[in-house]
Design a protein around this ligand. Structure first.
Ligand code: GTP
Ligand code: MG
Length: 207
């Protein structure tokens, strides 16, 4: 899949708001600081002029952000969709009341989005999924949402450490290794594989 054009289409901060249009959606989810904004910018070719905000202070994205993407499939068919940036969860310094608000919004979105075709779940390759990750993954399984797992920041591991670490995270996730993509926003590794998989998620649901 080739990205042609990307525009910020709007944000959803509470359950009363509606998505900015009637296109299929693919959402990106992960713990705060997992590298979600960096991955989105890489996938959308927006590294120089970022479209998703990258920050050293975690917990910045508090709303569900929608990006309208015009792309073309390998078969040269147009693929138009919303890339949805979900708020990062599990940031310790956020007050409990705010955490609850995020969780409610997230759960509401997952349960009430008929246009949502799948969720890309990000996990930092250096750490086993924690409690917050497991809660999120449980929602995905409960709502029977098609899920793809991306292990981020693989450039931070040495070649020798990487294989074993990937196997151990995949095992902890309890998913099929075919559902897992290794990714780095620094080297661009995994970008094409992710784009191809997004295309199949979006195009399979057309028929
Ligand atoms: P919040 O929105 O704040 O929850 O974070 P996020 O998940 O969007 O993460 P973001 O993309 O802002 O990245 C967090 C930090 O990790 C930044 O300092 C990035 O530069 C760094 N980072 C992200 N992806 C990678 C990667 O693939 N490799 C390396 N080495 N660093 C990365
Ligand atoms: Mg972010």
């Amino acid at each position: 899949m080739l990205i042609k054009k990307v525009d910020f289409a709007g944000a959803m901060g509470n359950t009363k708001q509606k998505p900015p249009g009637d296109l299929p959606q693919v959402a990106f989810s992960g713990r705060s600081n997992v590298g979600k904004s960096s991955l989105i910018n890489t996938v959308l070719n927006r590294q120089r002029t970022n479209i998703a905000r990258v920050s050293a202070t975690p917990g910045k994205t508090r709303e569900i952000n929608f990006f309208r993407v015009d792309a073309v499939s390998a078969a040269e068919e147009p693929v138009d969709f919303f890339l949805v940036d979900l708020p990062g969860y599990g940031y310790a310094k956020v007050p409990q009341s705010v955490k609850k608000q995020w969780q409610d919004l997230l759960e509401w979105y997952l349960r009430n989005s008929p246009q949502l075709k799948g969720v890309v779940q990000l996990i930092d390759v250096r750490h086993e999924p924690n409690e917050a990750d497991r809660t999120m993954i449980k929602y995905l399984f409960e709502t029977e949402m098609p899920a793809l797992f991306v292990l981020t920041k693989v450039d931070k591991l040495t070649r020798s450490a990487r294989g074993a670490q990937v196997r151990s995270v995949v095992k902890a996730l309890g998913v099929d290794p075919d559902q897992v993509i290794e990714f780095s926003a620094v080297t661009g590794e995994g970008k094409d594989e992710l784009l191809d998989t997004l295309e199949s998620i979006l195009c399979e649901s057309d028929t």
